[in-house]
Design a protein. Structure first.
Length: 276
């Protein structure tokens, strides 16, 4: 038995190394000076991390931190609103029967399969007609509706919210909104955390939509901001180190968010084991 487990373990280790190697490179590269970045061994660490962070903070009056704040706004508000819409929509599709319900769900499934790049130009034309391009709304509004989030919420609501519990609350005189807020949402918390995390990461890492929608530097998210710095690296090579350092700092909030929210999955798994 142990002999047969060697190959799967080896494949998992290779997969882990493949995923972690770029992160290790970003961490080590951000500690180097611009000269060390191109002359020393790829994974050899340097001693200039604090200097790089200081230089990045002073770049164009600290605009990098404005990009981080913009990204936090887009991802935080967009993910919260998207999770709320997904929760209501998923619960409705799971627990209410109405004409066209299956059609709506099938359309949502089709929306999951549509690449975001296909929708970017139509979204730009629509928001341009409303004079909302180059505003915060041009990035926030398209992020609110997530077909995949609604799909996950619908599946989780069907599994985690028993019909008997809903009927018992309705028999006690609770209205639909009270049932949703007091019965459904607490039962759906682990699933909604998953939807929030997926949407937060997707918006945080989004490049194409804000690149098309925005023209003002002070409204850029960190992805577009670092891209503009990288383009200037051809004429100002010192910016390469700042871009790598900025990339390292930009993924730190995602790691912290994941470590903070994963306890909800642990609680859900433990509660399921107790119930079993």
């Amino acid at each position: 038995m142990r002999r047969f487990a060697v190959l799967p373990s080896f494949v998992l280790v290779l997969g882990a190394l493949y995923c972690l190697l770029p992160i290790v490179w970003v961490v080590t590269a951000s500690t180097k000076t611009n000269g060390e970045l191109f002359r020393t061994f790829t994974l050899a660490p340097g001693t200039a991390l604090l200097d790089n962070i200081g230089d990045l903070s002073r770049y164009q009056g600290g605009i990098y931190w404005q990009w981080i704040l913009n990204t936090a706004l887009y991802a935080g508000v967009g993910a919260l609103l998207s999770t709320a819409v997904s929760a209501i929509s998923g619960y409705t599709l799971a627990k209410y029967r109405f004409p066209g319900r299956d059609t709506v769900f099938n359309v949502l499934l089709a929306g999951v399969l549509v690449p975001a790049v296909v929708l970017a130009i139509p979204q730009y034309l629509l928001l341009a007609s409303l004079h909302l391009t180059d505003t915060y709304w041009s990035v926030l509004l398209p992020s609110i509706l997530s077909p995949y989030g609604i799909y996950l919420a619908r599946i989780y609501a069907a599994a985690a919210v028993p019909d008997s519990l809903v009927e018992a609350a309705r028999t006690d005189g609770a209205g639909d909104l009270r049932i949703f807020a007091s019965v459904a949402v607490p039962s759906m918390v682990p699933g909604l955390v998953t939807v929030f995390l997926f949407q937060f990461v997707a918006i945080w890492n989004n490049f194409l939509l804000p690149y098309i929608m925005l023209t003002s530097d002070d409204r850029f998210p960190v992805t577009v901001g670092l891209y503009t710095m990288l383009k200037q690296g051809n004429t100002t090579p010192v910016l390469y180190t700042l871009v790598v350092t900025g990339a390292l700092l930009s993924i730190t909030p995602l790691v912290l968010l994941f470590l903070t929210l994963q306890r909800y999955w642990r609680v859900d798994l433990l509660s399921g084991a107790v119930k079993g």
